[in-house]
Ligand binder design. Structure first.
Ligand code: RB5
Length: 149
């Protein structure tokens, strides 16, 4: 069965979302489009929270968010338990976000990457496994810190 990957953006990320949806579908994923559906102005948290909730509850393994800088989407997504949303602006950062941080949400800054660059970033994030080992302990400490507050 194909892995379901949710993807969502605000207006700034809409065009890139459409092109990455096609890419994910071509790669064989079942793409779940959580909006937005046009370039009309919207509020990024309205899209980040539903996607992050799916990752947080384990309904899906991973998801993709897109806004202008990547920042607003990552702030909102990272409020959810077990979500590690990483803004990546090149494939190296995306690979490290997987290897060291086990990032389960990729956040793309649509205003600062080309569609071709975004595809390469997406591919690196999809293909790179978590290194585990010492990084496992560090990632676990993210959750512990949150729980004790
Ligand atoms: C929208 O103009 C922009 O603020 C949004 O896409 C994002 O960059 C927020 O962090």
């Amino acid at each position: 069965m194909a892995e379901r990957i949710p993807i969502a953006s605000d207006h700034a990320g809409f065009a890139l979302k459409e092109s990455l949806k096609a890419r994910l579908t071509a790669l064989g994923f079942e793409v779940q489009d959580l909006g937005t559906s046009s370039e009309a102005s919207t509020d990024y948290p309205d899209y980040a929270h539903p996607l992050a909730e799916e990752v947080s509850t384990g309904e899906v393994m991973r998801g993709v968010l897109i806004c202008g800088t990547g920042l607003g989407m990552s702030y909102a997504a990272n409020r959810h338990a077990h979500v590690r949303a990483a803004v990546a602006w090149n494939p190296e950062v995306a690979a490290l976000a997987r290897q060291h941080n086990n990032a389960n949400v990729l956040v793309l800054p649509a205003r600062f990457v080309t569609p071709v660059e975004a595809e390469a970033i997406l591919q690196a994030w999809l293909d790179t496994p978590f290194d585990g080992g010492r990084h496992e302990r560090r990632v676990e400490k993210i959750e512990l810190e949150g729980d004790s507050q």
